[in-house]
Design a protein around this ligand. Sequence first.
Ligand SMILES: C[S@@+](CC[C@H](N)C(=O)[O-])C[C@H]1O[C@@H](n2cnc3c(N)ncnc32)[C@H](O)[C@@H]1O
Length: 397
Amino acid sequence: MTDRSWAGRSLTVEIGQVAHGGHCVARHEGRVLFVRHALPGERVRVVVTEDRGGSFARADAVEVLTPSKARVSPPCRYAGPGRCGGCGWPHAAPAAQRELKAFVVREQLQRLARLDVDVVVEAVEPAPLHWRTRMQYAVRDGVVGLRAHRSHEVIDIDGCLIAVPDADVSVARPALRSAARSIELESGDAGGPTVSVVDGRGRRQVVSGGPQRHRVRNRSFEVSSGGFWQVHERAADVLADTVLAMAGARPGESIVDLFCGVGLFTAFLGEQVGAGGRVRGYEGAASAVRDGVRNVADLPQCRITRAAIDARTVQGIDGLADVVVLDPPRTGAKKAVVEAICDLSPRAVVYVACDPAALARDVASFAARGWRLEQLRAFDLFPMTHHVECVALLLPG
Ligand SMILES: C[S@@+](CC[C@H](N)C(=O)[O-])C[C@H]1O[C@@H](n2cnc3c(N)ncnc32)[C@H](O)[C@@H]1O
Protein backbone atom coordinates (compact mmCIF):
# COMPACT_ATOMS: atom_id res chain seq x y z
CA MET A 1 0.00 0.00 0.00
CA THR A 2 1.16 3.54 -0.69
CA ASP A 3 -0.12 6.65 1.00
CA ARG A 4 0.36 8.74 -2.12
CA SER A 5 -1.23 7.98 -5.48
CA TRP A 6 1.09 7.31 -8.38
CA ALA A 7 -1.45 8.62 -10.90
CA GLY A 8 0.29 10.83 -13.42
CA ARG A 9 3.79 9.63 -12.45
CA SER A 10 6.26 8.80 -15.20
CA LEU A 11 8.36 5.67 -14.56
CA THR A 12 10.83 3.56 -16.53
CA VAL A 13 10.09 -0.17 -16.22
CA GLU A 14 10.93 -3.57 -17.68
CA ILE A 15 7.85 -5.30 -19.05
CA GLY A 16 7.18 -8.84 -17.87
CA GLN A 17 4.64 -11.32 -19.17
CA VAL A 18 1.18 -10.67 -20.49
CA ALA A 19 -1.67 -11.21 -18.02
CA HIS A 20 -5.25 -12.40 -18.43
CA GLY A 21 -7.09 -9.30 -19.61
CA GLY A 22 -4.39 -8.30 -22.08
CA HIS A 23 -2.21 -5.99 -20.02
CA CYS A 24 1.46 -6.69 -19.47
CA VAL A 25 2.83 -6.91 -15.97
CA ALA A 26 5.65 -4.72 -14.69
CA ARG A 27 6.92 -4.19 -11.17
CA HIS A 28 8.05 -1.02 -9.47
CA GLU A 29 8.92 -0.52 -5.80
CA GLY A 30 7.16 -3.75 -4.85
CA ARG A 31 3.93 -2.93 -6.66
CA VAL A 32 2.45 -4.42 -9.82
CA LEU A 33 1.75 -2.20 -12.79
CA PHE A 34 -0.69 -3.39 -15.46
CA VAL A 35 0.68 -1.76 -18.57
CA ARG A 36 -1.11 -1.19 -21.88
CA HIS A 37 0.62 -0.56 -25.22
CA ALA A 38 3.69 -2.57 -24.19
CA LEU A 39 4.99 -6.05 -25.01
CA PRO A 40 6.85 -8.62 -22.90
CA GLY A 41 10.60 -8.00 -22.71
CA GLU A 42 10.39 -4.30 -23.56
CA ARG A 43 11.86 -1.46 -21.57
CA VAL A 44 9.43 1.41 -21.65
CA ARG A 45 8.58 4.69 -20.05
CA VAL A 46 5.06 4.55 -18.64
CA VAL A 47 2.66 7.08 -17.24
CA VAL A 48 0.46 5.81 -14.44
CA THR A 49 -3.19 6.25 -15.49
CA GLU A 50 -4.98 4.88 -12.44
CA ASP A 51 -3.93 4.19 -8.86
CA ARG A 52 -6.58 3.29 -6.32
CA GLY A 53 -4.03 2.65 -3.62
CA GLY A 54 -4.06 -1.16 -3.70
CA SER A 55 -1.28 -3.54 -4.60
CA PHE A 56 -1.44 -2.54 -8.27
CA ALA A 57 -1.80 0.47 -10.50
CA ARG A 58 -2.53 0.87 -14.21
CA ALA A 59 -0.22 2.55 -16.68
CA ASP A 60 0.21 3.30 -20.38
CA ALA A 61 3.55 2.83 -22.15
CA VAL A 62 4.16 6.22 -23.74
CA GLU A 63 7.75 5.70 -24.93
CA VAL A 64 9.41 2.46 -26.02
CA LEU A 65 13.09 2.47 -25.03
CA THR A 66 13.89 -1.13 -26.02
CA PRO A 67 11.29 -2.54 -28.43
CA SER A 68 10.29 -6.19 -28.67
CA LYS A 69 10.95 -7.95 -31.99
CA ALA A 70 7.20 -8.54 -32.08
CA ARG A 71 6.44 -4.81 -32.14
CA VAL A 72 4.98 -3.33 -35.31
CA SER A 73 3.69 0.07 -36.22
CA PRO A 74 -0.09 -0.11 -35.57
CA PRO A 75 -2.08 -0.09 -38.81
CA CYS A 76 -4.71 2.05 -37.07
CA ARG A 77 -4.13 5.76 -36.54
CA TYR A 78 -6.50 5.83 -33.56
CA ALA A 79 -4.44 3.32 -31.57
CA GLY A 80 -2.23 4.41 -28.70
CA PRO A 81 -2.27 5.80 -25.17
CA GLY A 82 -5.39 7.87 -24.45
CA ARG A 83 -6.85 7.07 -27.85
CA CYS A 84 -9.36 4.43 -29.03
CA GLY A 85 -9.87 1.71 -26.41
CA GLY A 86 -11.26 -0.84 -28.87
CA CYS A 87 -8.21 -2.96 -29.70
CA GLY A 88 -5.45 -3.57 -27.18
CA TRP A 89 -2.78 -5.15 -29.35
CA PRO A 90 -2.44 -3.45 -32.76
CA HIS A 91 1.22 -2.78 -31.87
CA ALA A 92 1.97 -6.55 -31.92
CA ALA A 93 2.52 -8.56 -35.10
CA PRO A 94 -0.47 -10.90 -35.73
CA ALA A 95 1.59 -14.05 -35.07
CA ALA A 96 2.88 -12.51 -31.84
CA GLN A 97 -0.70 -11.69 -30.79
CA ARG A 98 -1.57 -15.37 -31.15
CA GLU A 99 1.50 -16.38 -29.12
CA LEU A 100 0.48 -13.97 -26.35
CA LYS A 101 -3.02 -15.46 -26.32
CA ALA A 102 -1.59 -18.98 -26.22
CA PHE A 103 0.57 -17.94 -23.25
CA VAL A 104 -2.50 -16.62 -21.40
CA VAL A 105 -4.56 -19.78 -22.05
CA ARG A 106 -1.63 -21.99 -20.97
CA GLU A 107 -0.99 -19.90 -17.89
CA GLN A 108 -4.67 -19.88 -16.80
CA LEU A 109 -4.90 -23.66 -17.18
CA GLN A 110 -1.67 -24.05 -15.25
CA ARG A 111 -2.62 -21.66 -12.46
CA LEU A 112 -6.32 -22.47 -12.04
CA ALA A 113 -6.53 -26.12 -13.16
CA ARG A 114 -2.94 -27.29 -12.47
CA LEU A 115 -2.69 -28.56 -16.04
CA ASP A 116 0.25 -28.26 -18.45
CA VAL A 117 -1.27 -28.04 -21.89
CA ASP A 118 0.33 -27.23 -25.23
CA VAL A 119 -1.76 -24.43 -26.67
CA VAL A 120 -1.63 -23.16 -30.23
CA VAL A 121 -3.93 -20.32 -31.19
CA GLU A 122 -5.06 -20.84 -34.76
CA ALA A 123 -5.47 -17.93 -37.16
CA VAL A 124 -8.86 -17.53 -38.83
CA GLU A 125 -9.30 -15.53 -42.04
CA PRO A 126 -10.22 -12.75 -42.58
CA ALA A 127 -7.43 -11.52 -40.30
CA PRO A 128 -6.20 -9.35 -38.77
CA LEU A 129 -8.45 -6.64 -40.28
CA HIS A 130 -12.06 -6.38 -41.54
CA TRP A 131 -13.43 -9.38 -39.63
CA ARG A 132 -15.90 -7.82 -37.21
CA THR A 133 -19.53 -8.04 -38.37
CA ARG A 134 -21.08 -6.35 -35.33
CA MET A 135 -20.06 -2.94 -34.09
CA GLN A 136 -21.35 -0.81 -31.26
CA TYR A 137 -20.49 2.85 -31.80
CA ALA A 138 -20.68 5.20 -28.85
CA VAL A 139 -22.39 8.58 -29.15
CA ARG A 140 -21.57 11.72 -27.21
CA ASP A 141 -22.18 15.37 -28.02
CA GLY A 142 -22.98 14.57 -31.62
CA VAL A 143 -19.84 12.46 -32.11
CA VAL A 144 -20.26 8.85 -33.29
CA GLY A 145 -17.11 6.89 -32.56
CA LEU A 146 -15.44 4.48 -30.18
CA ARG A 147 -14.70 4.92 -26.51
CA ALA A 148 -11.28 5.57 -25.09
CA HIS A 149 -10.05 2.86 -22.70
CA ARG A 150 -11.89 2.95 -19.31
CA SER A 151 -13.45 6.28 -20.21
CA HIS A 152 -16.70 7.89 -21.36
CA GLU A 153 -14.77 9.96 -23.88
CA VAL A 154 -15.84 9.18 -27.45
CA ILE A 155 -13.04 9.20 -30.00
CA ASP A 156 -14.12 10.60 -33.34
CA ILE A 157 -13.03 8.11 -35.99
CA ASP A 158 -13.49 8.02 -39.72
CA GLY A 159 -13.30 4.24 -39.90
CA CYS A 160 -12.49 1.15 -37.87
CA LEU A 161 -10.06 -1.26 -39.51
CA ILE A 162 -11.41 -4.38 -37.82
CA ALA A 163 -15.00 -3.79 -38.99
CA VAL A 164 -16.38 -5.33 -42.19
CA PRO A 165 -17.48 -2.61 -44.67
CA ASP A 166 -21.17 -3.05 -43.74
CA ALA A 167 -20.33 -2.28 -40.11
CA ASP A 168 -18.30 0.84 -40.82
CA VAL A 169 -18.92 3.98 -38.77
CA SER A 170 -20.08 5.82 -41.92
CA VAL A 171 -23.07 3.42 -41.99
CA ALA A 172 -23.93 4.36 -38.38
CA ARG A 173 -23.72 8.16 -38.67
CA PRO A 174 -27.05 8.73 -40.48
CA ALA A 175 -28.82 7.12 -37.49
CA LEU A 176 -27.48 9.74 -35.07
CA ARG A 177 -30.20 11.08 -32.76
CA SER A 178 -29.96 13.37 -29.79
CA ALA A 179 -31.09 10.69 -27.31
CA ALA A 180 -28.80 7.99 -28.68
CA ARG A 181 -26.18 6.53 -26.36
CA SER A 182 -24.95 4.06 -28.95
CA ILE A 183 -25.63 2.98 -32.52
CA GLU A 184 -25.27 -0.71 -33.26
CA LEU A 185 -24.64 -2.31 -36.62
CA GLU A 186 -25.18 -6.00 -37.27
CA SER A 187 -24.16 -7.30 -40.64
CA GLY A 188 -24.96 -10.67 -42.19
CA ASP A 189 -26.41 -12.06 -45.39
CA ALA A 190 -29.57 -9.94 -45.34
CA GLY A 191 -28.28 -7.54 -48.03
CA GLY A 192 -27.38 -4.66 -45.71
CA PRO A 193 -26.75 -4.17 -42.01
CA THR A 194 -29.35 -3.89 -39.30
CA VAL A 195 -28.99 -0.47 -37.67
CA SER A 196 -30.27 -0.01 -34.11
CA VAL A 197 -30.21 2.95 -31.77
CA VAL A 198 -29.89 2.44 -28.02
CA ASP A 199 -30.91 5.34 -25.77
CA GLY A 200 -29.64 6.35 -22.34
CA ARG A 201 -32.10 3.96 -20.66
CA GLY A 202 -30.86 1.02 -22.70
CA ARG A 203 -33.98 0.95 -24.91
CA ARG A 204 -33.19 -0.34 -28.34
CA GLN A 205 -34.95 0.59 -31.55
CA VAL A 206 -34.24 -0.83 -34.98
CA VAL A 207 -33.82 2.07 -37.39
CA SER A 208 -33.25 0.11 -40.58
CA GLY A 209 -32.98 -3.51 -41.66
CA GLY A 210 -34.62 -6.49 -40.02
CA PRO A 211 -33.43 -9.75 -38.52
CA GLN A 212 -30.11 -10.85 -39.98
CA ARG A 213 -29.56 -14.13 -41.74
CA HIS A 214 -26.28 -16.03 -41.47
CA ARG A 215 -25.28 -18.88 -43.74
CA VAL A 216 -23.25 -21.55 -41.93
CA ARG A 217 -22.29 -24.77 -43.72
CA ASN A 218 -25.55 -25.90 -45.38
CA ARG A 219 -27.95 -23.94 -43.17
CA SER A 220 -29.24 -20.43 -42.67
CA PHE A 221 -29.82 -18.91 -39.21
CA GLU A 222 -32.07 -15.98 -38.42
CA VAL A 223 -30.98 -13.66 -35.61
CA SER A 224 -33.15 -10.81 -34.33
CA SER A 225 -31.51 -7.47 -33.64
CA GLY A 226 -29.66 -7.52 -30.31
CA GLY A 227 -29.53 -11.31 -30.22
CA PHE A 228 -26.25 -13.14 -29.74
CA TRP A 229 -24.23 -14.10 -32.78
CA GLN A 230 -20.47 -14.55 -32.96
CA VAL A 231 -18.81 -11.35 -34.22
CA HIS A 232 -16.04 -12.74 -36.43
CA GLU A 233 -17.28 -13.34 -39.96
CA ARG A 234 -16.07 -16.97 -39.91
CA ALA A 235 -16.58 -17.77 -36.23
CA ALA A 236 -19.85 -19.64 -36.54
CA ASP A 237 -18.40 -21.97 -39.22
CA VAL A 238 -15.17 -22.59 -37.33
CA LEU A 239 -16.90 -23.24 -34.01
CA ALA A 240 -19.65 -25.41 -35.50
CA ASP A 241 -17.03 -27.54 -37.32
CA THR A 242 -14.98 -27.90 -34.14
CA VAL A 243 -17.92 -28.69 -31.87
CA LEU A 244 -19.25 -31.30 -34.31
CA ALA A 245 -15.82 -32.95 -34.65
CA MET A 246 -15.29 -33.08 -30.87
CA ALA A 247 -18.84 -34.22 -30.08
CA GLY A 248 -18.68 -36.97 -32.73
CA ALA A 249 -22.39 -37.52 -32.18
CA ARG A 250 -23.71 -40.79 -33.55
CA PRO A 251 -27.12 -41.47 -35.09
CA GLY A 252 -29.70 -42.01 -32.38
CA GLU A 253 -27.74 -40.25 -29.62
CA SER A 254 -29.16 -37.74 -27.17
CA ILE A 255 -27.38 -34.36 -26.88
CA VAL A 256 -27.84 -31.43 -24.51
CA ASP A 257 -26.80 -27.98 -25.80
CA LEU A 258 -26.57 -25.47 -22.94
CA PHE A 259 -26.50 -21.70 -23.67
CA CYS A 260 -27.58 -22.54 -27.22
CA GLY A 261 -28.36 -19.01 -28.46
CA VAL A 262 -30.28 -19.16 -31.75
CA GLY A 263 -29.54 -22.86 -32.15
CA LEU A 264 -26.25 -22.82 -34.07
CA PHE A 265 -24.85 -26.04 -32.57
CA THR A 266 -28.32 -27.48 -31.85
CA ALA A 267 -29.16 -27.61 -35.55
CA PHE A 268 -25.93 -29.28 -36.72
CA LEU A 269 -25.94 -31.70 -33.80
CA GLY A 270 -29.54 -32.52 -34.80
CA GLU A 271 -28.30 -33.40 -38.28
CA GLN A 272 -25.57 -35.59 -36.73
CA VAL A 273 -27.91 -37.60 -34.49
CA GLY A 274 -30.55 -37.87 -37.22
CA ALA A 275 -34.28 -38.45 -36.90
CA GLY A 276 -33.77 -41.23 -34.34
CA GLY A 277 -31.80 -39.02 -31.96
CA ARG A 278 -32.62 -35.89 -30.00
CA VAL A 279 -31.00 -32.57 -29.18
CA ARG A 280 -32.27 -30.40 -26.37
CA GLY A 281 -31.10 -26.78 -26.43
CA TYR A 282 -31.46 -24.43 -23.45
CA GLU A 283 -31.19 -20.66 -23.68
CA GLY A 284 -32.17 -17.74 -21.44
CA ALA A 285 -32.88 -14.91 -23.89
CA ALA A 286 -36.49 -14.94 -25.12
CA SER A 287 -35.73 -13.55 -28.59
CA ALA A 288 -32.89 -16.06 -29.12
CA VAL A 289 -35.28 -18.87 -28.16
CA ARG A 290 -37.87 -17.59 -30.68
CA ASP A 291 -35.20 -17.40 -33.40
CA GLY A 292 -33.79 -20.77 -32.38
CA VAL A 293 -37.16 -22.52 -32.55
CA ARG A 294 -37.56 -21.20 -36.14
CA ASN A 295 -33.97 -22.11 -37.05
CA VAL A 296 -34.43 -25.78 -36.14
CA ALA A 297 -38.07 -26.08 -37.29
CA ASP A 298 -37.10 -28.56 -40.04
CA LEU A 299 -35.46 -30.88 -37.47
CA PRO A 300 -38.13 -32.49 -35.27
CA GLN A 301 -35.37 -34.16 -33.22
CA CYS A 302 -34.32 -30.70 -31.94
CA ARG A 303 -36.12 -28.80 -29.21
CA ILE A 304 -35.11 -25.43 -27.78
CA THR A 305 -36.42 -24.43 -24.35
CA ARG A 306 -36.16 -21.13 -22.55
CA ALA A 307 -34.41 -21.53 -19.21
CA ALA A 308 -32.16 -19.58 -16.87
CA ILE A 309 -29.36 -22.12 -16.74
CA ASP A 310 -28.28 -23.02 -13.25
CA ALA A 311 -27.65 -26.27 -11.38
CA ARG A 312 -31.40 -26.82 -10.89
CA THR A 313 -32.09 -26.51 -14.63
CA VAL A 314 -29.41 -29.07 -15.44
CA GLN A 315 -30.55 -31.41 -12.65
CA GLY A 316 -34.05 -31.22 -14.16
CA ILE A 317 -32.91 -32.59 -17.53
CA ASP A 318 -34.42 -36.04 -17.69
CA GLY A 319 -33.30 -39.10 -19.59
CA LEU A 320 -30.04 -39.82 -21.26
CA ALA A 321 -27.46 -37.21 -22.32
CA ASP A 322 -24.71 -38.84 -24.38
CA VAL A 323 -22.95 -35.54 -25.00
CA VAL A 324 -23.30 -32.14 -23.32
CA VAL A 325 -22.24 -29.07 -25.29
CA LEU A 326 -21.98 -25.79 -23.41
CA ASP A 327 -21.09 -22.29 -24.54
CA PRO A 328 -21.55 -20.09 -21.47
CA PRO A 329 -21.03 -16.32 -21.25
CA ARG A 330 -17.73 -14.84 -20.09
CA THR A 331 -18.40 -15.78 -16.45
CA GLY A 332 -18.28 -19.49 -17.31
CA ALA A 333 -20.60 -22.27 -16.15
CA LYS A 334 -19.40 -22.35 -12.52
CA LYS A 335 -18.95 -25.26 -10.16
CA ALA A 336 -22.60 -26.12 -9.39
CA VAL A 337 -23.54 -26.31 -13.09
CA VAL A 338 -20.39 -28.33 -13.87
CA GLU A 339 -21.31 -30.79 -11.11
CA ALA A 340 -24.86 -31.09 -12.41
CA ILE A 341 -23.45 -31.81 -15.90
CA CYS A 342 -21.22 -34.54 -14.44
CA ASP A 343 -24.29 -36.02 -12.74
CA LEU A 344 -25.90 -36.45 -16.19
CA SER A 345 -23.03 -38.91 -16.91
CA PRO A 346 -22.49 -37.97 -20.57
CA ARG A 347 -19.80 -39.81 -22.51
CA ALA A 348 -18.27 -36.42 -23.49
CA VAL A 349 -18.54 -32.71 -22.80
CA VAL A 350 -17.67 -30.08 -25.40
CA TYR A 351 -17.05 -26.68 -23.84
CA VAL A 352 -16.86 -23.49 -25.94
CA ALA A 353 -15.25 -20.68 -23.97
CA CYS A 354 -14.64 -16.99 -24.62
CA ASP A 355 -12.76 -16.51 -21.36
CA PRO A 356 -9.74 -18.70 -20.62
CA ALA A 357 -9.86 -18.03 -16.87
CA ALA A 358 -13.50 -19.13 -16.61
CA LEU A 359 -12.68 -22.17 -18.74
CA ALA A 360 -9.74 -23.07 -16.52
CA ARG A 361 -11.85 -22.76 -13.34
CA ASP A 362 -14.56 -24.94 -14.85
CA VAL A 363 -11.99 -27.48 -16.12
CA ALA A 364 -10.73 -27.66 -12.51
CA SER A 365 -14.31 -28.35 -11.34
CA PHE A 366 -14.61 -31.14 -13.94
CA ALA A 367 -11.23 -32.52 -12.83
CA ALA A 368 -12.41 -32.59 -9.21
CA ARG A 369 -15.15 -34.94 -10.41
CA GLY A 370 -12.65 -37.17 -12.21
CA TRP A 371 -12.94 -35.68 -15.71
CA ARG A 372 -9.91 -34.98 -17.91
CA LEU A 373 -9.18 -32.38 -20.58
CA GLU A 374 -8.75 -34.55 -23.67
CA GLN A 375 -8.35 -31.90 -26.35
CA LEU A 376 -8.13 -28.13 -26.54
CA ARG A 377 -8.26 -25.93 -29.60
CA ALA A 378 -7.95 -22.16 -29.51
CA PHE A 379 -8.91 -19.74 -32.27
CA ASP A 380 -8.00 -16.15 -32.92
CA LEU A 381 -11.55 -14.97 -33.51
CA PHE A 382 -10.72 -11.49 -32.20
CA PRO A 383 -7.52 -10.32 -33.95
CA MET A 384 -5.91 -7.09 -32.64
CA THR A 385 -7.50 -7.67 -29.23
CA HIS A 386 -6.49 -9.91 -26.31
CA HIS A 387 -9.64 -12.02 -26.66
CA VAL A 388 -9.44 -15.68 -27.66
CA GLU A 389 -12.01 -18.44 -28.17
CA CYS A 390 -11.31 -21.97 -26.93
CA VAL A 391 -13.09 -25.26 -27.52
CA ALA A 392 -12.35 -28.07 -25.07
CA LEU A 393 -13.25 -31.73 -25.14
CA LEU A 394 -13.63 -33.25 -21.66
CA LEU A 395 -13.96 -36.95 -21.04
CA PRO A 396 -14.79 -38.88 -17.88
CA GLY A 397 -12.13 -40.95 -16.15
C1 LIG B 1 -21.63 -17.25 -25.87
S1 LIG B 1 -23.35 -17.24 -26.28
C2 LIG B 1 -23.47 -18.78 -27.13
C3 LIG B 1 -24.62 -18.93 -28.09
C4 LIG B 1 -24.52 -20.06 -29.12
N1 LIG B 1 -23.91 -21.26 -28.60
C5 LIG B 1 -23.79 -19.58 -30.36
O1 LIG B 1 -22.62 -19.94 -30.54
O2 LIG B 1 -24.38 -18.82 -31.15
C6 LIG B 1 -24.06 -17.52 -24.71
C7 LIG B 1 -25.57 -17.58 -24.70
O3 LIG B 1 -25.97 -17.89 -23.37
C8 LIG B 1 -27.11 -17.12 -23.04
N2 LIG B 1 -27.06 -17.00 -21.57
C9 LIG B 1 -26.20 -16.29 -20.81
N3 LIG B 1 -26.41 -16.53 -19.51
C10 LIG B 1 -27.42 -17.42 -19.44
C11 LIG B 1 -28.09 -18.07 -18.35
N4 LIG B 1 -27.75 -17.86 -17.08
N5 LIG B 1 -29.09 -18.93 -18.65
C12 LIG B 1 -29.44 -19.16 -19.93
N6 LIG B 1 -28.83 -18.60 -20.99
C13 LIG B 1 -27.85 -17.73 -20.74
C14 LIG B 1 -26.96 -15.83 -23.80
O4 LIG B 1 -28.23 -15.24 -24.04
C15 LIG B 1 -26.29 -16.29 -25.08
O5 LIG B 1 -27.23 -16.58 -26.09
